[in-house]
Design a protein around this ligand. Structure first.
Ligand SMILES: [Zn+2]
Length: 501
């Protein structure tokens, strides 16, 4: 059975056939580094890391491009649009590139904590201004954009008229009907430079106070958000590549705009397979500033957020995300995370035991039913992965295998109950799925787990010192940790938590 993925473009599962096997080109929209990454960002990056790992495991040579948006992302498409990086830099009193550096490092650190493999290329928008300008020039020359007062806008209605006839209307990916949008948004504020509200900026004129600005044929300005992904994906993966991924929230307008821009420039639909992960909700609610429930990754790792009852390790979060299918919704709750923490520990302990165990010589004790069950569970795991990356079902099988392993480990079955061949098959596939494809690590093998252990030990020593009224020692521990940037906090219930500065 070959790998099938759900293609958002055709709205069905399709057999994955690369354009130039054994090479695979994959582009995933990366973060806007104007602030810290939060729980919602963890899902696409872990989901596509597992796809990257699986494709490598299947023997493909994958070029995985995940960009960093360090310019050009703005919420408002109105006349006064301001770049998110620019406005945040003003707020934090930092040079824009200082701000970008700070949050890029924090993001890359979090990706390492999750044990995500590094993408092959991590290009930045500011490093590709020239390529973006070139694309905009082509779009203008072909008549699908117009310039107003130093800004350039993509003409969505024109594109739609022409490309609908070629079977590629604007809205092809998201299923949105442009005519409906035009009807409801026809009345434009007379201040707006755009002809239609659905038009989007390719280039914005920089107002005098705007700190991020580049020279262009249209004067000093900065690029729109969507154009960077078109420019960078075609530069590194070619005009037509295999996979484009991202969160479902990017389908419209971001990916729709990418398709329009790239198709005008390159005369071909940029990617064959469009994959989108679903969102994470928090206790049943959408995550958002208005609900006051955005949990940053550093807060998750330290437990320092009102919605968290404890810290959660990056591995627990990774496991939690893989417990559901990437296209399904996933609801965060402390109970669910605690269950994931326990389950991961159980899986990891059995896995560690299995990997250290020498295969057993045949003893005539092999339990044929058990061996058959193991072989079936192992074979099914690949089928589940091939069925649109059903990590949830793979994990269910890993747990059945864990039960089998434990029955031998705990002495309920004799050591020879698993035959030699089956034992080796089991070791090989447990390693393949647990470590190579899922990228899981036990808490004690991840750095964060070690650090957590050391800090818990210091907290215990400090508690013991306090109970003996040895305040010199307890204060020394607190102060010296603070100097290292680790702040201890005495909780009301008598517990102690810590957070990193
Ligand atoms: Zn993008």
């Amino acid at each position: 059975m070959s790998l099938k993925v759900y293609n958002s473009l055709t709205r069905q599962k399709e057999v994955f056939t690369p354009i130039h096997p054994p090479y695979v080109g994959m582009y995933v929209c990366g973060p806007t580094v104007s602030g810290e990454s939060h729980l919602g960002h963890a899902r696409p990056f872990i989901t596509f890391d597992v796809l990257f790992r699986y494709l490598l495991n299947l023997g493909y040579q994958v070029r995985y491009v995940r960009n960093i948006t360090d310019a050009g992302h703005f919420e408002e498409e109105g006349r006064e649009a301001e770049d998110k990086i620019s406005s945040k830099a003003t707020l934090e009193k930092l040079e824009p590139m200082e701000l970008v550096h700070k949050y890029t490092r924090l993001y890359q650190w979090a990706m390492e904590q999750f044990n995500n493999l590094s993408p092959s290329i991590e290009p930045t928008a500011t490093g590709h201004i020239v390529e973006q300008i070139e694309m905009i020039k082509t779009i203008l020359a072909d008549g699908y954009a117009y310039e107003v007062n130093g800004s350039v806008y993509f003409d969505v209605e024109k594109y739609h008229q022409v490309f609908s006839q070629k079977g590629q209307p604007y809205g092809i990916l998201s299923g949105r009907i442009l005519e409906d949008q035009l009807e409801s948004t026809r009345a434009l504020d007379h201040q707006d430079e755009k002809r239609n509200k659905s038009d989007f900026a390719l280039w914005k004129k920089a107002p005098p106070e705007h700190i991020m600005r580049w020279q262009s044929p249209w004067g000093e300005g900065f690029p729109g958000w969507h154009i960077e992904c078109s420019a960078m994906s075609s530069k590194y993966l070619g005009k037509e590549f295999d996979i484009h991924g991202g969160g479902m929230d990017l389908q419209f307008p971001h990916h729709e705009c990418e398709i329009a821009q790239s198709t005008v420039c390159n005369h071909v639909m940029p990617a064959r397979y469009w994959l989108h992960n679903n969102m994470i909700t928090i206790n049943g609610k959408k995550m958002g500033k208005s609900y006051n429930n955005v949990i940053k990754l550093t807060e998750l790792f330290s437990g320092n957020h009102p919605l968290l009852s404890q810290p959660y390790s990056p591995q627990t979060i990774r496991f939690f995300i893989l417990q559901s299918h990437y296209r399904g919704t996933l609801d965060f709750s402390n109970e669910a995370l605690q269950a994931s923490e326990k389950a991961l520990k159980r899986l990891w302990e059995a896995y560690q035991w299995l990997m250290k165990k020498e295969p057993i010589e045949p003893t005539g004790l092999a339990d044929e039913n058990l061996n058959q069950s193991i072989r079936t569970l192992v074979a099914e795991m690949e089928e589940f992965m091939n069925d649109d990356l059903n990590t949830a079902k793979v994990l269910a099988n890993l747990f059945e295998l864990t039960s089998h392993i434990n029955s031998v480990k705990d002495g309920h079955l004799p050591a020879g109950a698993i035959g030699l061949d089956t034992f080796q098959l089991l070791q090989q596939h447990m390693k393949r799925f647990v470590e190579d494809i899922f990228g899981l690590q036990g808490e004690h093998t991840a750095n964060n787990g070690k650090l957590d252990g050391v800090l818990q030990l210091l907290i215990e020593i400090r508690k013991a010192a306090k109970s003996k009224k040895d305040f010199v020692t307890s204060d020394k521990i607190r102060q010296e940790l603070a100097q290292l940037g680790v702040l201890l906090k005495d909780e009301k219930d008598g517990g102690v938590s810590y957070q990193f500065e």
